[in-house]
Design a protein around this ligand. Structure first.
Ligand SMILES: *Cc1c(COP(=O)(O)O)cnc(C)c1O
Length: 415
């Protein structure tokens, strides 16, 4: 391998030896022989979670039963987990709640934002955003009488300059789920504020890997998934951020009893709770919620600046590996650090086959329409050595034409 790896193995070893968060790898259970590059779809299992969930099931549910709502403080779990997520996205306590899905939280935000900017009808949204963000916006727009105007994040400032007075909300995903491009949260938030609009950030692909700084940059609203880089497990509840300054005006369209000022008062009419609790709807999925709360302890003692540096180091090194080992492959992800999230996307006409052939070799990434090979780099459990090994497998797949094999042509439901 020595003559064919362009000194990459020595670089990987040096980078790993100098990695200040390499110890975090031991906080995860990953099967041997696997290089897991799909932590942006379903984060790996933190080693602490199975025992935590077993305790919740056997002791809290099985033995303590209904008393657990008080004795194990199930009631406040959405806000407790919310504060833990808040630490990772730059939100002071009392501004993040965990519950529902990202789709549902988007709905709350779209409608609440429209109600916070009466008289303004336009929502400015990226047409390339993840499907559910678009679909939910369509439904919310129909209900709230909003007009959707499409513009990519690059073009949003121009649209705001022209018709900013009509814009209620600018809605952006901080990291593009396909290309991995990182958009400028401080600048776009400022541009929205300059015309009196609000800015909503979808953090699904940035929470836990990017220094988001929601409070610092005066973000208005944010949502994100619990099961991607936050490692909360399949179907983990999502989070919603409403800063203190907007909480009194945040009028959620989903007025369930957990968001009521007196949930057990059983009053005849709805009165929203004060604070972030007003974003709550109904009884949360506690097994998933408490699994996520346990999973978040994998970040204990880690500073997001360190995590971000490691993430950039992994993706930057992978880009170097691609350039050296498979120079013909087209890279869809920006090479500048400031414009890159925590994934690298490659374009290939047989992208689906490439992903399948890599999976057969134990390198797990995923395929996204139409021609994207997507590789997520979770800085807590990946090394530069893993990164190089993934690139070497990619080279070998392409050299041997393994991606063209008949058995890699048929698609399962989830790609
Ligand atoms: C993963 C993801 C979602 C997922 O939404 P769910 O409601 O959890 O299915 C939404 N938006 C973006 C941008 C995502 O990446």
């Amino acid at each position: 391998m020595q003559d064919r790896d362009h000194g990459l193995a020595a670089r990987a070893a040096a980078l790993d030896a100098a990695d200040p968060i390499a110890h975090a790898r031991s906080r995860f259970d990953l099967p041997p022989g696997i290089i897991y590059l799909d932590g942006n779809s379903l984060g790996a299992l933190p080693a602490c979670v199975p025992d935590a969930v077993a305790e919740v099931v056997r002791q809290q549910w099985g033995t303590d039963l209904i008393a657990s709502w008080n004795s194990h403080d199930w009631w406040d779990a959405p806000l407790r987990a919310g504060n833990a997520v808040g630490r990772l996205i730059g939100a002071a306590p009392g501004q993040v709640a965990v519950g529902d899905s990202t789709s549902v939280n988007l709905f709350k935000c779209y409608v609440a934002a429209a109600r916070m900017r009466p008289g303004r009808q336009v929502v400015l949204s990226d047409p390339g955003v993840f499907s559910t963000d678009q679909y939910v916006l369509e439904g919310a727009a129909r209900l709230a009488g909003l007009q959707i105007v499409h513009a990519g994040p690059d073009d949003m400032p121009a649209v705001l300059a022209e018709r900013g007075h009509e814009v209620a909300l600018v809605s952006v995903s901080q990291v593009d789920y396909r290309t991995g491009e990182l958009w400028d949260l401080p600048a776009l938030t400022r541009a929205a504020h300059e015309v009196g609009a609000l800015c909503l950030w979808d953090l699904c692909h940035s929470a836990g890997v990017v220094e988001v700084g929601l409070d610092e940059h005066e973000a208005d609203l944010a949502v994100g998934c619990g099961y991607k880089y936050l490692n909360g497990g399949p179907g983990a509840p999502a989070f919603i951020y409403v800063p203190l300054r907007h909480q009194a005006a945040f009028d959620s369209p989903l007025t369930g009893w957990h968001g009521h000022a007196r949930p057990f008062g059983m009053e005849s009419g709805y009165r929203a709770a004060t604070g972030i609790a007003r974003t709550r709807v109904g009884t949360p999925p506690l097994l998933s919620l408490l699994a996520l709360e346990s999973a978040l302890t994998a970040y204990e003692g880690l500073d997001l600046a360190q995590v971000r540096r490691k993430s950039l180091s992994l993706t930057g090194f992978f880009l170097d590996c691609v350039r050296e080992l498979v120079p013909d492959v087209v890279v869809a992800t920006p090479v500048e650090d400031a414009r890159r999230g925590s994934q690298v996307a490659l374009r290939h006409e047989h992208a689906f086959g490439v992903v399948q052939a890599l999976i057969a070799r134990g390198v797990i990434g995923d395929f996204r329409e139409r021609d994207i090979v997507r590789m997520g780099f979770a800085p807590l459990y990946l090394s530069h050595e893993d990164t190089l090994a993934a690139a070497l497998h990619l080279r070998d797949v392409l050299d041997a034409g393994e991606h063209l094999a008949e058995r890699f042509a048929s698609r399962a439901t989830v790609t």
